[in-house]
Write a new protein. Structure first.
Length: 347
């Protein structure tokens, strides 16, 4: 099988080229080409000798997944479906903000974590995405922005909050982060690139060492008892260990870890749970992001009333902790948090 060069970091591309007896700078040239949404084969890489392009086509590809679904929400959010080379489908979500776009990126087809309130979790785990498949979501989103005439605002922020648990696909995730933030390539800012995790402690610590970016933790409950019922992974990594890994996580000046908290009516939205949440977070630089549950007929929870959400938020705020309520976007097209599930999957 031909190697897909989108799976390689800049250093790996340079090595690949020197391995072919070519100078390393050929790798840098290709790396730059691969940041352009219209590039799908070597023929357009006009600064490479023709003979080299022909040779590369024989042993390598730069193929992209196919954009097979474009759903536009009334609020401007777009859900994009990508068909991968083996027929699997993943989704990513392009979210308009005032002066930029944010892309919500997937890292797996399905997810093995089985959180009770999440549709992706119900779908089960199919497979990890390759590095190239992760990076390609950015390219196809940019391609979509151009073809829809909305490229006036830049795609500036990346959140790894799509399908899958990013840290369960650690190797490919870190390579994708290296590619996407490289100054000679896509050049996304590390502080504007957020990895969201259900709390896989060894991988949080590994990311802290190897390639720290902004971190979001899906907490969703202030004690292990309730949390284990909602998130089975709690049995492997209890709250104390997750919070210790957060305490040790390197942050730039003024930066905070995002604590995500899905509000489930009558389950984790009681005032005492807000107070308990603040207690366990004490001493960690965090901002709490409350996500009112996005309902689905297959999911056994309810969204709390607005006043209940506001009460929960006010308790946290009154303790001096930053708390925001996430406005769910793309609800009407199944693009909001926890609603992603590949319905097009062929196999
Ligand atoms: N696996 C990672 C990232 C993907 S999920 C994680 O769990 O952090 C992104 C966010 O959506 C998580 O905080 C998740 O808990 C939340 N989420 C899942 N299902 C949801 C639902 N039905 N309503 C609202 N948020 C949900
Ligand atoms: Fe997986 Fe995150 Fe959904 Fe849990 S919430 S099942 S970790 S995608």
């Amino acid at each position: 099988m031909r190697i897909n060069l989108r799976d390689l970091t800049l250093e790996e591309l340079e090595e690949f080229m020197t391995g072919l007896g070519e100078p390393a700078y050929r790798g840098r040239q290709i790396f730059r080409w691969l940041t352009r949404p219209e590039v799908e084969d070597f023929s357009v890489m006009t600064d490479l000798p023709k003979s080299l392009r022909a040779r590369l086509s024989g042993i390598a590809t730069v193929a992209l997944p196919q954009l097979v679904e474009r759903k536009l929400s009334t609020d401007g959010t777009a859900k994009l479906g990508l068909r991968l080379s083996d027929g699997e489908v993943v989704e990513c979500v392009l979210i308009p903000e005032r002066d930029h776009f944010t892309l919500c990126v997937s890292t797996q087809v399905g997810c093995a974590m089985g959180c009770r309130f999440c549709l992706t979790g119900r779908m089960g785990f199919r497979r990890n995405l390759s590095t190239g498949e992760i990076v390609s979501q950015v390219l196809l989103a940019r391609h979509f922005m151009e073809e829809s005439g909305i490229a006036d605002r830049p795609l500036r922020n990346l959140v790894f909050m799509g399908m899958g648990e990013p840290l369960a696909n650690y190797r490919h995730l870190v390579k994708a982060l290296k590619i996407l933030t490289h100054p000679q390539g896509f050049h996304f800012a590390r502080k504007r690139t957020t990895v969201s995790t259900v709390g896989l402690v060894p991988q949080i610590r590994a990311l802290a060492e190897e390639f720290p970016v902004a971190l979001a933790i899906s907490l969703h409950a202030p004690d292990n008892d309730l949390r284990s019922r909602l998130i089975p992974a709690t049995r492997r990594y209890p709250l104390e260990e997750i919070l210790a890994a957060c305490r040790d996580y390197p942050l730039r000046r003024g930066a905070r870890i995002t604590v995500e908290y899905v509000l489930l009516s009558g389950v984790n939205d009681h005032p005492w749970q807000a107070r308990r949440l603040v207690e366990i977070l004490r001493g960690i630089p965090v901002k709490v992001n409350l996500i009112p549950f996005n309902p689905h007929p297959e999911l056994p929870f309810k969204r709390p009333s607005e006043s209940r959400v506001r009460r929960f938020q006010e308790i946290i705020l009154s303790e001096g902790v930053v708390a925001t309520v996430r406005k769910s976007k793309g609800l009407d097209i199944g693009a909001a948090c926890g609603q992603l599930r590949a319905e097009l999957s062929l196999s």
